[in-house]
Design a protein. Structure first.
Length: 448
């Protein structure tokens, strides 16, 4: 789930004196926490260089493959590939400056009434991520043992992974047409989930949404396009699909509905955002945007549409977001504004990985060494923002953070994350009344 990289040119104006301390601010960290090297905050770096310092580590680090090597498995390469938001420290503030001006809406899209869930939200979800490659063999047996021996009661399982591949044989027309399910890891998902459901395991289907290089290759008309009509690729050469394209929405929502029918309790949308290279995108990409909606608005509308359909199918919804969404006041140029997202899903999962925060964040000189402090401070901001909305009678999602269960060997200094470090993070949540969490390890090996 790694998510922020070099050209994520986002102007972040954080209240360092209030939220992060005077030593520095943090930027959204990447996906899996496996070797991104870029941190939320940076000190001792020129202002020009700071514009390239938000890591993909603020995102979910990419899961490893069956053999333990993945697209983002090379810690050395990732450490050298420090990407980041444009960090501007302005004491006494806690918000970001958008990378591009807001668009004025015209011919607004049809209003979509919200459909509430048919089932109650579960408030005690404690889970781990399980990649498609870990659904068999020794890793899977280890996961099952964790469910038996620990407080863990939930699994986040890939439905559609970072490469755009569907985990099981699908009946969704687009998936069949492009053969996204051509290499299924599970032959019958309903049968696979049945024994887990019998033991009351809460099952969350993860759908990587707009970073879908397979779909972009098979249906280039749905991909993000340059002004010259060619497919746009991020700095790693990965193509994305257009978040404004409602045919892309339909495909992901149909997969979500199918997963609910197969037995999943909840659908979690990951990469439900625009790529982090915000300035390059604003300069180079032409979107199919008939209603002139800005990025925050279109991500919100997608989640509302998806949640309505999933609720009608009997499931719940959640979304993974950058850790900085708990603190920054706008969508950071990627479409993830807390106040808009928390209205639309049943749970929000900010990726709060201590290794992804810069020196001085929340007053921590070396954040990776202070997991309790980082998680408590970052979560505090999310709680406050939800509380402000609730005071105005607005709906909010449950807060269910992703926590770090991997060792960031590329950080100096760093510590090995084992059970003690996991417990410190969980304690920080529990002291603030949060009874849910998810653990992220791209290799699906856990310390509980």
């Amino acid at each position: 789930m790694m998510k922020l990289r070099r050209n994520f040119t986002l102007s972040i104006i954080l209240g360092c004196a209030i939220a992060f301390g005077t030593a520095g601010c943090t930027s959204d960290a990447g996906e899996s926490g496996q070797g991104t090297g870029a941190n939320y905050g940076t000190t001792g770096v020129s202002q020009e260089r700071q514009t390239e310092l938000i890591p993909e580590s603020m995102m979910h680090p990419a899961p490893t493959t069956q053999k333990g090597t993945g697209a983002r498995d090379n810690a050395k390469d990732d450490a050298e590939d420090k990407s980041g938001l444009e960090v501007r420290v302005t004491p006494g503030t806690a918000e970001t400056t958008p990378s591009a001006p807001e668009m004025v809406k015209s011919d607004a899209p049809p209003e979509t009434a919200k459909a509430g869930p048919q089932k109650e939200r579960r408030k005690d979800v404690k889970g781990v991520y399980v990649s498609a490659y870990a659904l068999q063999g020794k890793k899977w047996n280890a996961i099952l043992k964790l469910l038996e021996d620990t407080e863990l009661n939930a699994l986040v399982i890939d439905v559609k992974n970072d490469n755009g591949r569907v985990t099981y044989p699908s009946g969704v027309r687009t998936a069949k047409e492009i053969e996204a399910d051509g290499k299924p890891r599970v032959k019958d998902m309903t049968a696979f989930l049945k024994p887990l459901k019998e033991k009351n395991t809460y099952l969350i289907g993860r759908i990587v949404t707009f970073k879908d290089p397979y779909l972009a290759a098979k249906k280039p008309e749905w991909a993000m396009k340059r002004k010259d009509g060619t497919v746009w690729r991020d700095k790693r050469g990965v193509s994305w699909v257009d978040p404004y394209n409602e045919e892309v929405w339909a495909y992901n929502i149909q997969l979500a509905e199918e997963a609910i029918r197969a037995g999943f309790d909840e659908i979690q949308f990951d990469y439900v955002r625009f790529p982090e290279q915000t300035k390059a995108i604003d300069r180079e990409v032409v979107f199919h945007n008939p209603y002139n909606e800005n990025k925050d608005q279109i991500i919100q509308r997608f989640l509302r549409t998806a949640s309505n359909r999933i609720h009608q199918a009997g499931g719940l919804t959640s979304a993974d977001v950058f850790g900085l969404t708990t603190t920054t006041k706008n969508g950071m140029g990627i479409g993830q504004k807390w106040e808009l997202l928390t209205q639309e899903v049943d749970a929000l999962s900010p990726m709060i990985y201590p290794s992804h925060y810069g020196a001085g964040s929340y007053g921590a000189k070396h954040p990776d060494l202070q997991p309790y402090r980082i998680v408590k401070a970052a979560t505090r901001d999310a709680i406050r923002r939800n509380a402000a909305m609730q005071k105005n009678g607005e709906p909010t999602a449950d807060i269910r953070p992703w926590l770090q269960d991997f060792t960031a060997k590329w950080i100096r200094p760093h510590q090995t994350y084992r059970k003690q470090q996991i417990r410190e993070q969980i304690k920080a949540l529990e002291e603030q009344g949060i009874t849910q969490y998810l653990l992220w390890n791209p290799s699906s090996r856990y310390s509980m």
